[in-house]
Write a new protein. Structure first.
Length: 65
């Protein structure tokens, strides 16, 4: 499976939409749980975390504008 598709699916399964810091932290907890349970590997975790961070940064930027 294409890694971009996998990351996209993982993120959409965790939660839909994110526009607050609370959402970001909840999604990170869910992502950490997936890693600890062995459902995803470190590489998938790192990619998904980077995507979450980009999304969070985008929302924080939008809230400042």
């Amino acid at each position: 499976m294409n890694k971009k598709i996998l990351i996209s699916v993982l993120l959409s399964l965790i939660h839909v939409g994110m526009n607050t810091a609370d959402d970001f932290h909840r999604r990170m907890r869910d992502l950490n749980a997936l890693l600890r349970s062995g459902q995803i590997g470190q590489e998938e975790y790192d990619e998904a975390r980077a995507e979450l961070q980009r999304e969070y940064d985008y929302w924080m930027y939008r809230s400042e504008v």
